[in-house]
Design a protein around this ligand. Structure first.
Ligand code: GGG
Length: 357
């Protein structure tokens, strides 16, 4: 039976990298005999908002809930719609209503890409950021008072529930358990943020008791970001709140040379709802329309999707094809962010060709 994939390209370069993601997925599906059925949706973009006054139709949940996975591009075009409206109106709805409470973001220095950190080579940077994805600092709890006056006040609360914190920590510890180094780093800021972050630390300490074989450390987010740059080899599995995980999962890939290659999986581990796979990068309006965006983040997200659907071999083959094309270093094929003069399409084509063999 076909696996039903909902495709939402969104905005900006999301619409350019998405066809390459599908092209490579189709090549992998053919080689490994997997039946994928893609259905494209126009909603979830700022253009849809301009036409309909909302990012999603009222029945989006019912339209999408029966799919096996969502394949997503990028959201946001601040000249058209304020960023907080486009993000809360689309991507954050998917994550919350489909309870995709894990945001898994691999960070790996790929062969053929030069890290901006001196002397780093493939193998030196290879870790996962596990980001809490449904609560934390991304809450809509708060408000404004005395608006427009000198007494104006704005407040936004951080929300941490025991269930929400424990389930992401459990996922991260379980992941660390599968890794050779068996190491978990927790991102905190419990010296300055005096209620929620000490609570996070307490839950980490409690969870650690169930995983005696995992080496656990924690850093305040400020020095942790410095250590990402200075000592990226220290890290194996890094777990953080919604905001800290978001920041770390941009910084990590930047240390590997380009955020353009970074993938992510927004996972509902119970499988009650579809999970969503998207590149870490956003819609990049500054380079949109030029055909120069790196499609690897989208393609690698497709590989994570295949693995999630039970096709690890096919997912691995996609990642191997990415690595092979990067290693070859053909400047006519590679996009600018990785030192070439090629296009989104030339890079997607080369990876698909590799898979076809
Ligand atoms: N493909 C990811 C994307 O569109 N990101 C836009 C963005 O601002 N995301 C914020 C977030 O992931 O919380």
């Amino acid at each position: 039976m076909a696996h039903r994939i909902a495709v939402i390209a969104g905005d900006g370069i999301g619409t350019e990298v998405m066809p390459e993601g599908i092209r490579v997925l189709e090549a992998a599906a053919k080689r490994f005999n997997i039946d994928l059925a893609f259905t494209t949706f126009e909603f979830g973009s700022c253009d849809y908002y301009l036409e309909h006054g909302k990012m999603l139709p009222d029945d989006w949940f019912d339209q999408l809930k029966g799919f096996d996975a969502l394949f997503y591009g990028a959201v946001g075009w601040p000249d058209k719609v304020p960023d907080h409206i486009s993000l809360w109106g689309s991507l954050l709805q998917f994550r919350r209503q489909f309870d995709q409470y894990i945001n898994l973001r691999p960070c790996r220095l790929m062969p053929g890409i030069k890290s901006p950190l001196a002397g780093r080579k493939p193998g030196d940077i290879d870790f996962y950021v596990v980001r809490e994805n449904t609560e934390g600092e991304y809450s809509s709890v708060g408000g404004k008072m005395y608006e427009g006056t000198e007494r104006e006040i704005v407040i936004q609360e951080t929300v941490m529930s025991r269930t929400g914190v424990d389930r992401v920590l459990k996922y991260a510890f379980d992941l660390a358990q599968t890794r050779p180094r068996k190491k978990l780093t927790s991102a905190t800021k419990s010296n300055g943020i005096s209620i929620t972050m000490p609570y996070w630390d307490e839950r980490v300490a409690e969870m650690a008791k169930q995983y005696p074989e995992i080496a656990v450390d924690k850093f305040h987010i400020d020095i942790l970001t410095a250590n990402f740059v200075l000592h990226p080899d220290w890290f194996d599995v890094v777990v953080g709140s919604n905001l800290f995980g978001d920041i770390l999962s941009d910084l990590g890939p930047a240390c590997t040379g380009t955020i353009g290659v970074a993938p992510s999986a927004n996972i509902n581990p119970e499988g009650k709802f579809p999970s969503l796979f998207e590149p870490v990068h956003g819609s990049a309006p500054d380079i949109a329309g030029q055909g120069i965006a790196n499609p690897i983040g989208q393609i690698w997200s497709g590989a994570m999707m295949l693995e999630h659907l039970g096709y690890k071999e096919a997912g691995d083959a996609m990642v191997e094809a990415i690595e092979a094309v990067l290693s070859e270093g053909d400047s006519q094929v590679l996009t600018r962010d990785v030192g070439g003069q090629g296009t989104t399409e030339s890079l997607g084509n080369a990876i698909a060709e590799r898979i076809r063999g």
